[in-house]
Design a binder for this molecule. Sequence first.
Ligand SMILES: NC(=O)c1ccc[n+]([C@@H]2O[C@H](COP(=O)([O-])OP(=O)(O)OC[C@H]3O[C@@H](n4cnc5c(N)ncnc54)[C@H](O)[C@@H]3O)[C@@H](O)[C@H]2O)c1
Length: 349
Amino acid sequence: MEKLKIAVIGAGNIARNAHLPVYAERDDVEIVAICDWNLDRAKEIAAKFNIPHAYTTVEETLEKHPEIEAVDICVWNRSHAPVAIAAAKAGKHILCEKPMAWSVEHAEQMKKAVDEAGVTFMVAVMTRYANESQVLKAEIDSGRLGDIYYAKTGYMRRRGTPIGWFTDTQKSGGGPVIDIGIHCIDRTWYLMGKPKPVRISASTSYAIGEFKTKGVNRYKALDSDVTAFDTEDSAAAIIHFENGATMMAEVSWAINMEQDGPTEYTHIMGSKAGAKMFPLRIYGEENGYLCNMELPTASNNAYAAEIDHFIDCVRNHKTPESNAEDGLTMMKILEGIYTSAKAKKEIEL
Ligand SMILES: NC(=O)c1ccc[n+]([C@@H]2O[C@H](COP(=O)([O-])OP(=O)(O)OC[C@H]3O[C@@H](n4cnc5c(N)ncnc54)[C@H](O)[C@@H]3O)[C@@H](O)[C@H]2O)c1
């Protein structure tokens, strides 16, 4: 089989620690080039992963290597749209890190470009491709939970604000809502069967900001010499859907609450049974009694599973599970949370 020729755009943390190690394990992929505004960073990664070429712009990368078939976008959120639009115009398939874009406007421009080019576009929402999500999705699709009418989800860090561009709205688009809210809200929305969002009521808090707490771990972007800190540090939202279902969501990078268990949770409630992750458990009835059922599920490398799905879609002309339409809807939900919080009232989408 011919190897799929890919260029990775962005040589930061997610590229070097998650995507490139997965590609290195695959014999059906060739990473032709790595590109980053910071050429030293691109060259360092090229040497580490045996990538023959390093460039500073997506335009130069694609111009020099017309043989490239797909790009994997691992740059800041604000750069997703310009890079994706350039790639789509050059006829390349696209895997784009989450969130799809910096704003709804950017996401709409990206969708238009990929639709016009007829290329495959996938948002890298890895939580969907985790084993636990796939097992629960199969249970829900089999009808085991009945009709889903309510869900609640959260991603709550007590002190876990990332260091770097993430706290600069001009680069990120927002704080925990857009950064980790997408992980739990997208997964929950997917498990609910992707109902159409119609109304949102939300609030955001700016209570803690930068902190000097000792003994905590924080994610550090490679571009961490950024001084701006103008994002929220927590948020809560009620999202209403056209089919009558409701999702409650809460997220935080920093908040004063107990943190003993996992930072992320999802509960899905249906007319026949409910489900919870993590661990994966189903709450129903058996022989007239309440019954809790564990579904022990080995964890997988969700990045590897997401990349596997992308390559399968490109090779076999399939529409990805997390396609541009989904990415745009998710951006409308995330931006809707900010709009409602700012307006201090429920908004219609
Ligand atoms: N799925 C996950 O679990 C996960 C985790 C972390 C980050 N991410 C996402 O990955 C993306 C990158 O985050 P990171 O933590 O790797 O950041 P990072 O700062 O470590 O790396 C980003 C790199 O992008 C480069 N860059 C920005 N715009 C560019 C452009 N137009 N052209 C070329 N290079 C450009 C920067 O120079 C930098 O090296 C973000 O969208 C983030 O949301 C996803």
